[in-house]
Design a protein around this ligand. Structure first.
Ligand code: FMN
Length: 273
């Protein structure tokens, strides 16, 4: 920021027409000031004791990482409501703001979701919420209800991080029809994803982003060069296996759960105290 202000001052000093151009500061993980970083790990638990919702936006964006294990102390209802009130500033299609959240803190319901085949670490979570969004949209082609729900989750995760609340967005869940029955979800609403949350007790290894900006941006048209795909046979196998698994009655899936865990993706960048 100092550099961009200096650039502006210099430009003005020279009566330069570029006076209006703001040069953006370079920023990377080491630039952020909000969390201790030892060159490898960041410890977001610092924010539990010293919440900092006013931290610079870029600090929050760079230091937020998914958390899949949480402290015993639950996030109280007042704090949860505050987080939701902030996340309700997320954009929605046609500004409809048609979210519904099912807050889940009953261990029996969480265990039931786990046993039905959800992501395994859900077993360790004490709190989560299911995001639903009104699907009666005239723009089904673009699934804009899903996009609106996704924007809410991304905003929630960012704000929650600033006050020491870690979270994980979960898409590894039983089929939507099953969740509709379990939670009695109105047919006009679509379950979008589950979000676990709780106070941090982890440290996260900071890994570089997988691709460079120049590999992401194409200009005026899609350039099908240098595309990266998973092995198609592996993807097909996983798709069929997933379809078959969630078609099995829940009763049998409960018994299979201990054996299916090993097929889940593991995230080794996160360790717990
Ligand atoms: C649509 C979506 C679905 C996800 N589903 C899962 C999931 O089922 N289980 C899980 O452990 N993480 C899940 N995640 C979290 C991602 O694994 C995580 O965001 C990713 O590894 C990047 O890590 P970071 O959030 O720390 O940057 C999901 C994230 C998104 C956006």
């Amino acid at each position: 920021l100092a550099r961009s202000q200096q650039a502006r001052t210099d430009a003005q000093g020279h009566g330069d027409a570029r006076a209006e151009v703001v040069s953006l500061p370079e920023f990377d993980f080491a630039t952020q000031q909000s969390l201790p970083y030892d060159g490898r790990f960041v410890r977001p638990s610092r924010l539990v004791d010293a919440p900092n919702p006013m931290m610079p936006l870029l600090d929050a964006i760079w230091t937020r990482r998914t958390s899949r294990g949480y402290a015993d102390r639950p996030v109280d209802r007042e704090t949860f409501d505050w987080l939701v009130a902030q996340a309700m500033n997320a954009p929605t299609a046609c500004n409809e703001q048609q979210w519904k959240l099912i807050l889940i803190d009953d261990p029996a319901i969480i265990m039931d979701l786990y046993e039905r085949g959800s992501a395994s670490f859900l077993k360790n979570a004490k709190q989560c919420f299911l995001v639903c969004y009104n699907r009666r949209s005239d723009n089904r082609e673009w699934a804009d209800h899903t996009q609106s729900g996704a924007a809410f989750i991304a905003t929630f995760q960012l704000v929650a991080h600033t006050v020491g609340v870690g979270s994980c967005w979960i898409g590894h869940l039983p089929n939507k029809s099953e969740l509709r029955r379990v939670f009695n979800i109105h047919r006009a609403y679509e379950p979008v994803a589950l979000v676990t949350f709780g106070y941090y007790r982890n440290k996260v290894k900071i890994l570089p982003r997988k691709r460079d900006v120049s590999k992401i941006i194409m200009h005026n048209r899609f350039v099908p060069e240098g595309l990266v795909f998973e092995n198609p046979r592996r993807t097909l196998f996983r798709t069929v296996a997933r379809y078959a698994y969630y078609k099995i009655p829940a009763f049998f899936r409960r018994r299979l759960k201990p054996y299916t865990k090993r097929f889940e993706k593991k995230f080794y960048y996160e360790t717990f105290d």
